[in-house]
Structures are given as C-alpha cells and as structure tokens.
Design a protein around this ligand. Structure first.
Ligand SMILES: NC(=O)c1ccc[n+]([C@@H]2O[C@H](COP(=O)([O-])OP(=O)(O)OC[C@H]3O[C@@H](n4cnc5c(N)ncnc54)[C@H](O)[C@@H]3O)[C@@H](O)[C@H]2O)c1
Length: 214
C-alpha cells in the first residue's frame, strides 16, 4: 500500500502516540500489535486506528495484527522522524534555552544546529553545546549549512521582524513559539505552538463542572 501525503491534521496528531505506544511494546520484546490494542491504549475506536494507519501504507496480518518492527520503521519514516533536519533558533532566552537543552527533539527528527540572539552577553556562549551567534550571522550560516527550518523564541513584539528576516534569508518552515500571529508568504510553512493554550483547556476541563476558577 502506498503512503498518502494528504493526511488530515487530527490523524497526524494521533500518530506520534501510536508510535510511542508501539515503541514501548518493541522495547518489551513484543512482535505483533493489533489495532484493537492500540485503540484501547488510545481510548478510541479500533476502526479509527485502522483508518488512520491506512494513510501510512502499514499493513497488518489477519488475527496477529501489525508487525511491531516494521510498524515503528514505517511510521517513523511517514512522520518524518527518521530523517533529522537541521534548524536554527532565534531568541536564546528562557524558552529558547529550554529547547536547546531538550535532547528529545532529535528523536523526532529535528536537530537545532545553532542559536541566534541580539544580546551581546549571550553571543559566543553555548547551551547544551549549541553555540549562540549574533543574528547578523544567520543568513550566511543558513546558506552554508542549507538550513531551511527556523524556530522563533523572541519576545512577541519582535516575532514578525524575525520571521521577515528568516523568509528573506531562505527559511522555508517556521516553528513559532511566540503568541504573535506572524504573516508570511503562502509558500512558507508556519506552525504555531503554545503551552498556554493547553493550560486554558486544562482549566476549562477542571473547572467546567465545578464552577469558576477562584
Ligand atoms: N509557546 C509557548 O508555550 C511559550 C512558552 C514560554 C514563552 N513563550 C514565548 O516565547 C518567547 C520568548 O520568551 P522567553 O521567556 O524565553 O523570553 P526571554 O526574554 O527570556 O528571551 C527572549 C530572547 O530573545 C532575544 N531577542 C530579543 N529580540 C531579538 C531579536 N530581534 N533577534 C534575536 N534575538 C532577540 C533576547 O535577547 C532574549 O535572549 C516570548 O514570545 C514568549 O511569549 C512561549
């Protein structure tokens, strides 16, 4: 079966959890996993799991299910986790440094190769062995290393300016952690990420039945 490139976003959001679950089974030495077992873990219907996985080209065997090793390999390839892309981060402050410290990103296919800032006290220093350069060096270094992914962790009021520079300097995909909604040409991929949005959902769920948060 061939992999599908037009996968709905909710399906893509579930897939890393499928992968994580099946990798745990792989570590435990299990050879096969059924869609029912994945569905129970996910607390969703097994037809949903089968339908989601049909996008990837993974095929299962009747009764035994999916072969664990090939499941992990195919899903990692499909999600782009098996190939590691380089990225540059702009804004090596508290959040930027936390991302530089994270060893987990490379397991998901992203290696932050360098960070950039305007604060002179940070230039030349390293976080987790990743050097912080002046933003003026971004363009030449991105061209030299062929980096096309940019991460923005500057204060919100500087986000648009940094995004404009990234686009002018050849960046094709931006992972924006600021609350600013940056405007970029349509051919540039933008992913906005905020932990605060999840917190709003957590509060909503927690206090929905129990009254207002005091
Ligand atoms: N997405 C999330 O879940 C989340 C979580 C925390 C913070 N944030 C956002 O991340 C951003 C950074 O927050 P922080 O707490 O790390 O701030 P911070 O002040 O600790 O760090 C910001 C860094 O950006 C640098 N900077 C400022 N302007 C710059 C520019 N034009 N070019 C390059 N570097 C520049 C500063 O020198 C500093 O090192 C903010 O927009 C904040 O709202 C998002």
């Amino acid at each position: 079966m061939k992999a599908d490139i037009n996968v709905p976003i909710p399906v893509l959001r579930r897939m890393p959890s499928y992968l994580s679950f099946v990798k745990t089974l792989q570590k435990q030495g299990e050879k096969y996993v059924s869609s029912t077992r994945i569905a129970e873990y996910m607390e969703i219907d097994s037809t949903q799991v089968t339908k989601d996985l049909s996008h990837t080209g993974i095929s299962g065997k009747t009764r035994v299910g999916y072969e664990v090793d090939s499941f992990v390999r195919i899903l990692e390839d499909f999600l782009g986790f098996s190939r590691v892309d380089g990225a540059f981060l702009v804004g090596a402050g508290s959040l930027g440094s936390a991302l530089l410290q994270d060893k987990g990103l490379s397991a998901f296919g992203l290696q932050i190769e360098a960070a950039f800032d305007t604060d002179k006290t940070k230039i030349g220093t390293k976080v987790n062995d990743i050097e912080i350069f002046h933003i003026d060096q971004f363009r030449a270094m991105a061209a030299e290393r062929k980096v096309v992914i940019g991460i923005i962790t500057v204060p919100a009021e500087h986000a648009q300016n940094v995004a404009d520079l990234m686009v002018a300097w050849g960046i094709k995909a931006i992972w924006n952690f600021t609350p600013a909604r940056i405007k970029v040409p349509t051919h540039i991929v933008v992913q906005n990420t905020t932990i605060y949005m999840n917190l709003a959902i957590l509060f909503n769920k927690l206090y929905n039945d129990k009254g207002e948060k005091k």
